[in-house]
Structures are given as C-alpha cells and as structure tokens.
Design a protein around this ligand. Structure first.
Ligand code: CMP
Length: 146
C-alpha cells in the first residue's frame, strides 16, 4: 500500500463541528481514509504521543488541552501522504498558516490549531503514532473509485 500517515482532529475541531470539513478536505485531495477512531485521549497516551515536547513550557497546557474532550484519530493513505497532509495543514501557528490551509482557514491560535499530523521531517513519526493509536487489524484496505 501507499504511504500511511497519522492525522488527528483535535478537541477544538470536534467541539466546533469541524470534523466533517477536515475529512472532506483530505478526501477531496485524493487521500484515502484507512482508519478512524473517535476517542478520548488519557493522560498516559497524551504523554506518549507528545513525549518529544516534554519539558517545554507549553507541554502541560498541551496535555490538558488534548485530553479535554474527544478527538478523531485517523490514518490516511496516499503517495507522499505525510508531506501532502503537512502542506494541507499549513504552519503550526494559524496566524502564520497560509489561507487555503486547514489551520489557516479554521485554526484560532497556536494551541487551538484544529489538526495534528505526523512530522514528515521526523523519520518514523508516522509509524510510531499510527502504532500508538491503532492496532493493525483496525486499519482497512480498499480501492478508491477515482
Ligand atoms: P501539534 O502539531 O499537535 O504538535 C504540538 C502542538 O503543541 C502543536 O501542534 C501546537 O498546537 C501546540 N503548541 C502550543 N504551544 C506551542 C509552542 N509554543 N510551540 C509549538 N507548539 C505549540
């Protein structure tokens, strides 16, 4: 199969009713949804997922936010999927993100930036994050019709 990448609609996206729009944008781009889980992240998973940020000044707030309500964890598949999603998300801070990007159009601020995607510059981030959130048998295989 093509490259798989981990994507998460964060609690602010769920609370603001933006899950559909995020999924629609990724679908329209031609990426294929192969896994999805509507779930609440607990303290332990938050620490594992954001472990690289442990010790940074925003870490505690980040954990508090990401555990504050349900998220939609997803796996999307496609050629160069990680970089494609990265491009569609835009810069981490919505204020710096280009219009037309998900964060540029929908994000409010650095913390409330509606979406997380695996870092394409971090080798192995994809696999690590997919494994953290999904069992192998929760990921499906099918052909898109387009
Ligand atoms: P994300 O791609 O999910 O990875 C870590 C998150 O930390 C990031 O998006 C931001 O939403 C959040 N964050 C909050 N403050 C900062 C900061 N000062 N620098 C970077 N990321 C931050």
């Amino acid at each position: 199969h093509d490259e798989r990448t981990f994507v998460m609609a964060k609690p602010d996206a769920v609370q603001r009713g933006l899950i559909g729009e995020i999924i629609q944008r990724l679908e329209e781009r031609g990426l294929k949804l192969v896994g999805a889980k509507f779930m609440q992240i607990d303290e332990e998973l938050a620490h594992e997922h954001y472990g690289e940020h442990e010790g940074k000044p925003f870490f505690e707030g980040l954990v508090e936010f990401i555990t504050s309500g349900p998220v939609m964890a997803m796996v999307w598949e496609g050629a160069d999927a990680t970089r494609q999603v990265r491009q569609m998300m835009g810069e981490t801070d919505p204020a710096d993100a280009q219009p037309g990007t998900i964060r540029g159009d929908l994000g409010l601020d650095l913390g409330h930036n509606v979406i997380h995607g695996s870092d394409h510059e971090d080798e192995g981030a994809n696999e690590r994050e997919i494994d953290l959130f999904f069992d192998d048998e929760e990921l499906v295989d099918y052909e898109r019709a387009d």
